[in-house]
Design a protein around this ligand. Structure first.
Ligand code: TTJ
Length: 649
């Protein structure tokens, strides 16, 4: 029995302590960041172990609980981490898992591993970064327990009770160390919810439950907020979910699955009547925002098979040019999920799959099964090809407008739009551009700005909702062309971050519902055309004040109702308090606008970020908010009233 065995602390143990100490010294090297994202990664890191057990076929339920103290409990019904002694190390399996730093972290040298934490760093890193961690394993009718503090073993694995022999599984309870996670140790229910839902989609049949035990008294039913995710249809249901606020152009969701060259491939897809493609790719359940070989294989296969099908069914004549991949993928929603033994990650952020066997595996399976699907479902084939041929025509028509836009960007400076009041500094790193709604606010901003580094681009009227418009209309739209030209980067496949003319793109709109709507339209445009700008943190929302309070010639600005209340508290509730409620930016004179909203020394900016741990969710958010369907939008706004007001994506 594990708890009777004596553990002699020797060189190995010292190495273990040094290993975990290294994690505590440089946590960023292991989990990327100690900000909110890293805090949430701890949960995924633990849950990944249970998902592995589910993939092995021994676990079908994982429960994640956020306790009132912001600690996390992850419980599964798998076989339980081995409690016996591992002969190589002389330690119990449990102790190995929680104290030995597994090679294979981002900087561990060995690349990523499939099992033992799909992110590759494993449970020992979570242990090292936790104030305390307790693991309970239900196995052989016993409950085994071990406790740790900041990665250090407190006691040997000990039997603390008994349970039904059939009751097996692992429970891990941990408290993130606030001396490491200095920014925040508060978990965001929605962040966990999105990623856990994604994990459930990617592992068909697995039930994941998320429970929030905090602030229970504030809930309508006074019960912990609870979400259940279980998708027997797996990624097919994922596609249905992504398309729920869109309008699919045929009913079936294609699903292809198979193994080739030791790569397990799953693909699901369906077209909707929109113009953009929404394709999300995963390797071992981790999303790969930069794509890679699996995505390449998918593109090669779909482009070839649809063209072959179009020609053999005479939808393309011999003299017609081939459809491009983009034509075929217009309005396509797809999930590509591969599982692979030794994934190699490349690219700027190490989020791009490099294994060439994944390319041929995906291409092979999709070619074979898509050909068969089209033979069986010719009416679906016809709908997709009709749409793709329309896209081809639109593309040819749009090319002229686009070439114009492209040529303008190439002129660099000379072709800049007339409405733009550019800055004089030529180093983009120092520069920022304010996108301002309305001519009067634009005028104030032009007067107020610091000419050297701040550019002002006033936009007239509401900007086009790109979520609803055709490619031709989008490229024909003056405001959109103006922005593309001013930013300098180009869009879509032409996008080049090196050509970005401003380090900060600042959306400045009124602090009211209309202003929020305009900001959302702007963000939709940037998200669909140049998402990299958001991903790399170049997009900001200005925060104009809501109130001005004047007393004895002194002035205070309040950015929220709460702040106004606290200022009134401070200065006293006097007769001569003059409180002005700003209805729009236009009401401020240039000095006020500068002081409150534009001056880098005093202003507050909200940086727009996206959660790349659950990136597909943002797609749903935008189509739900900006798409045609009223009902899903109403539901979303009701469920996220605060989010919509704050626009804090
Ligand atoms: C490994 O192979 C033998 C039987 O048990 C397998 C195993 O380790 N299963 C397992 C591990 N199930 N669940 C876990 C696990 C769960 C949590 C919450 C945390 C960790 C680190 C592992």
């Amino acid at each position: 029995m594990a708890n009777n065995e004596e553990v002699v602390y020797g060189a190995d143990q010292i190495q273990i302590l040094e290993g975990l100490e290294a994690v505590r010294k440089r946590p960023g090297m292991y989990i990327g960041t100690t900000a909110s994202r890293g805090l949430h990664h701890l949960v995924y890191e633990i849950v990944d172990n249970s998902v592995d057990e589910a993939l092995a076929g021994y676990c079908d339920h994982i429960e994640v609980t956020i306790t009132p103290e912001n600690t996390i409990i992850v419980k599964d019904n798998g076989r339980g981490i081995p409690t016996g002694i591992n002969h190589k190390s002389g330690l119990t399996g449990v102790e190995v898992v929680f104290t030995i730093l597994h090679a294979g972290g981002k900087f561990g040298g060995g690349g990523y591993k499939v099992s033992g934490g799909l992110h590759g760093v494993g449970a020992s890193v979570v242990n090292a970064l936790s104030d305390w961690l307790i693991v309970d394993v239900r196995q052989n009718g016993h409950i085994y327990e071990q406790k740790y503090e900041r990665g250090k073993v407190l006691c040997p694995l000990t039997i603390v009770g008994d349970c039904d022999e059939k009751d097996t599984g692992t429970t891990v309870h941990f408290k993130p160390d606030e001396t490491i996670f200095k920014e925040t140790t508060v978990y965001d229910f929605n962040v966990l919810k999105q990623r856990l839902r994604e994990m459930a989609f990617l592992t068909k049949g697995l039930q994941i439950t998320l429970i929030d035990e905090r602030n229970v008294e504030e809930n309508e039913d006074s019960k912990p907020r609870t979400e259940h995710f279980k998708y027997d249809g797996g990624i097919s249901e994922f596609v249905a979910y992504l398309n729920k606020s869109k309008s699919p152009v045929y009913e079936q969701i294609m699903y292809f699955e198979g193994d080739r060259n030791d790569v397990h491939v799953e693909v699901a897809l369906q077209h909707n009547d929109a113009f953009n493609e929404s394709i999300y790719t995963f390797v071992n359940n981790i999303n790969t925002p930069e794509g890679g070989t699996h995505l390449e294989g998918f593109k090669i296969a779909t482009t070839k098979i649809f063209n072959d099908y179009a020609r053999s069914n005479k939808m393309l004549k011999d003299s017609d040019e081939n459809l491009t991949g983009e034509d075929i993928r217009e309005g396509m929603t797809a999930i590509i999920s591969v599982k692979i033994q030794d994934p190699q990650f490349e690219g700027q952020t190490k989020e791009k799959l490099g294994n060439s066997e994944a390319r041929s595996a995906v291409a092979g399976i999709v070619s074979e099964q898509l050909t068969y699907f089209l033979e069986q479902n010719p009416h679906v084939g016809k709908i997709i090809l009709d749409k793709a041929i329309l896209a081809q025509r639109a593309r040819n028509a749009a090319r002229k407008a686009r070439d114009l836009t492209r040529r303008k960007t190439a002129l660099d400076g000379l072709g800049l739009p007339g409405k733009l009041a550019d800055c004089s500094d030529k180093n983009p790193k120092n520069c920022e551009i304010f996108i301002v709604e309305g001519d009067s606010a634009g005028g104030s901003a032009k007067t107020a700005r610091s000419r050297a580094t701040q550019a002002i681009l006033p936009l007239r009227g509401k900007i086009l909702n790109v979520e609803k418009a055709s490619v031709e209309r989008i490229y024909g739209n003056a405001e959109i062309k103006t922005m593309i030209t001013a930013f300098g980067t180009g869009i879509h496949e032409d996008f080049d971050i090196e050509k970005l003319r401003y380090d900060k793109i600042i959306i400045m709109s009124d602090a009211d519902v209309d202003g929020a709507h305009i900001a959302t339209l702007m963000l939709t445009f940037i998200y669909r055309f140049m998402p990299e700008l958001i991903r790399q943190g170049h997009v900001y929302l200005a925060q104009p004040p809501l109130y001005k309070l004047e007393k004895n010639k002194k002035i205070w600005y309040a950015y929220s109702d709460e702040e106004l209340a606290s200022i009134i508290n401070e200065v006293g509730r006097d007769q001569n308090n003059k409180i002005q409620r700003y209805k729009g930016l236009g009401e401020m004179d240039p000095e006020q606008l500068w002081e409150t909203t534009m001056d880098p020394k005093t202003r507050t900016l909200l940086r727009v970020s996206m959660d790349t741990d659950a990136e597909s969710e943002l797609d749903v958010t935008f189509t739900t908010l900006m798409g045609d369907k009223v009902e899903p939008r109403r539901e979303f706004i009701e469920a996220n009233a605060k989010f919509v007001q704050n626009l804090d994506i």
